[in-house]
Design a protein around this ligand. Structure first.
Ligand code: ATP
Ligand code: MG
Length: 559
């Protein structure tokens, strides 16, 4: 990899500084901490590549930690999907950890804090608590319960834990500073009552820790050295450090939170909550619908792990949020698929081409290179016969000199086959062309070495022999949203911008070598785009997804 050559990003600089001062290289440890409340998306891929990439660079362990502190939204299905996606991207975690494994430890620490007078049970409603928060320029008001006796705090907190108090009756708050300029330090909530079953701890707990009271502590328990999170957590850093200080001794090894910018992708959304809406409201079929920016959707669409990793690495980590053009992701897919996807011919919008001077009963199997970018990919045989399908758009009865495809009286080459000349058309009552008649030059066979085969013609068309064609359902996907930033408009809902034409299904006619393609196999339909066998595919009803067209059709057309 060209990895070694690039300069250090700011995250790596932080680590280098740390190992040159008070950290030992051996003590480096990272984590990727998803909440199992949905499937991972392309934004998570950035965080995965960052954390696991650092692990590779510094030979340091990286934990997969499920931040499972909110049982109302979390499910085992999501845990399984997240693990599958990370492995598919090619990364391995050191340990599989769960914040829920630390519930007891967190509870014990909370008891100690109550005993030291650093936490108290507040019995006000959440609205009352919110009203007392103050504003960034005005200090908050202290809760009337702030100085509750330790014994009473311990008593109610235990009842909360056992579910003996109403769900919303009380919360446990850290006693910090209601006048702090950092609003998050104004006695933040540590626990709330929630009488919900947890996907791992069942009904053991009737209280659940808040993110701030679980995340840093989990990092501390696991000896994570650097805890990287997205920028919105910058103001949480002070609280992160405050909590760690409360649960640790001065000599303990303490994790360090640092922030990087969230990555957004144009023409889509990267938020599990909003993606869930698309699934639940039926705009897409599932989390792994090939239009989804989820890792599972991209996989099903035909993206390779390499293309996603290259995408994440090429955009790198930043300090400021921005929107990456989805065209860049598509570019990464093309670049990788160009190398790995074998070529084949498929016609998606057919018209019949009849070679009038080619014998009716003749059939030839012509040699075709599998991948001009990769000699080791070898070649295959493609059947040729008198009746072929070509694309409707590859023919015009008459056209100007710039049209390098088939017209009457002009020659073009049929890829891997012969040079043909347009002779005539047959039309139906409405004037639609039903057949194109042409003649071929028998001496012009590709690769035959004859003078005729070397003759230069302006265009080369792909084709499929009618009697050998394999019919397939071809799903032509397009961008899921028409707007560049669908959730950027405060007035309108992102769901208003769903592209109504994000999926078009056509019947394609494929060369027979594709009959045995397996689910997830990649292929380039020559002159059209990259495709991938969908999981709905069966030998009787093959289904292909368009991963990406050969060229960016959304870029401004030049002429
Ligand atoms: P979502 O809103 O989609 O649920 P999240 O940040 O709440 O996103 P988590 O499961 O908490 O999702 O994220 C796990 C890790 O991935 C966190 O460290 C988070 O900061 C990071 N992450 C999530 N979205 C992005 C993104 N768009 N770009 C970079 N990192 C991201
Ligand atoms: Mg979240």
């Amino acid at each position: 990899m060209a990895e070694g050559k690039r300069s250090l990003n700011f995250i790596e600089q932080i680590i280098e500084e740390d190992i040159n001062s008070n950290y030992k290289r051996e003590s480096l440890k990272f984590r990727f901490p998803p909440e199992p409340n949905g499937y991972l998306h392309i934004g998570h891929a950035s965080s995965i590549c960052l954390n696991f990439g650092l692990g590779e660079r510094y030979s340091a362990p990286v934990n997969l930690r499920f931040d499972d502190t909110n049982p109302t939204k979390e499910e085992q299905e999501y845990v399984d999907a997240i693990k599958k996606d990370i492995l598919w991207l090619g990364f391995k975690w050191a340990e599989e950890c769960y914040a829920s494994d630390y519930f007891q430890q967190l509870y014990d620490w909370a008891l100690e804090m109550i005993k030291r007078g650093e936490a108290y049970v507040d019995s006000q409603t959440s609205e009352e608590i919110a009203e007392q928060k103050g504003t960034p320029t005005q200090p908050g008001t202290e809760s009337p319960y702030r100085n509750r006796a330790v014994e009473e705090n311990l008593d109610i907190f235990e009842k909360m834990k056992n579910g003996e108090t109403p769900e919303r009756g009380h919360v446990l708050r850290a006693k910090i500073d209601m006048a702090s300029p950092n609003m998050l330090m104004r006695d933040p909530v540590m626990y709330r009552g929630l009488h919900k079953n947890h996907h791992r701890t069942g009904d053991s707990w009737k209280i659940y820790p808040m993110y701030d009271w679980a995340h840093g502590q989990s990092d501390f328990i696991e000896h994570v050295s650097h805890s990287f999170c997205t920028l919105e957590f910058l103001p949480h850093r002070e609280l992160y450090n405050w909590f760690i200080e409360k649960v640790s001794k001065p000599d303990d090894f303490k994790p360090k939170q640092r922030e990087f910018a969230r990555r957004n992708l144009s023409h889509t959304i990267v938020s599990k909550r909003k993606l869930l809406q698309l699934v639940e409201k039926g705009f897409v079929d599932s989390w792994d619908d090939p239009r989804m920016p989820t890792i599972s959707g991209l996989r099903r669409r035909g993206y390779t792990p390499d293309s996603i990793r290259k995408f994440a690495d090429s955009i790198g980590v930043g300090k400021r949020e921005n929107i990456i053009d989805v065209a860049h992701l598509e570019f990464c897919a093309r670049e990788d698929l160009n190398k790995v996807a074998p070529r084949a011919m498929a016609v998606l919008d057919p018209v019949k081409l009849i070679i009038t001077n080619y014998p009716d009963d003749k059939e030839e199997w012509l040699e075709a290179e599998n991948n001009p970018e990769d000699e080791s990919a070898g070649s295959r045989q493609v059947p040729f016969s008198r009746e072929l399908y070509i694309e409707q758009e590859d023919f015009k009865e008459s056209a100007n000199r710039k049209f390098f495809r088939l017209t009457l009286g002009k020659e073009v080459r049929l890829k891997n086959a012969y040079i043909i000349k347009g002779e005539d058309v047959v039309k139906d009552q409405d004037g639609n062309i039903t057949e194109i008649h042409c003649t071929y030059d028998p001496k012009s066979k590709s690769g035959s070495g004859t003078e005729e085969s070397m003759r230069k013609v302006k265009g080369t068309l792909h084709w499929v022999s009618v009697k050998h064609a394999v019919e397939a359902e071809v799903r032509l996907y397009d961008r899921l949203f028409t707007e560049e930033e669908p959730d950027g408009d405060k007035e309108r809902d992102y769901l208003d911008f769903v592209n109504p034409d994000s999926l078009k299904v056509v019947t394609g006619y494929l060369e027979p070598s594709l009959k045995d393609a397996q689910i997830l196999d990649k292929v380039q339909f020559q002159r059209i785009g990259y495709f991938c066998v969908d999981k709905d595919s069966t030998p009787e009803n093959p289904v292909f997804n368009r991963t990406v067209s050969l060229r960016d059709s959304w870029a401004k057309k030049k002429n």
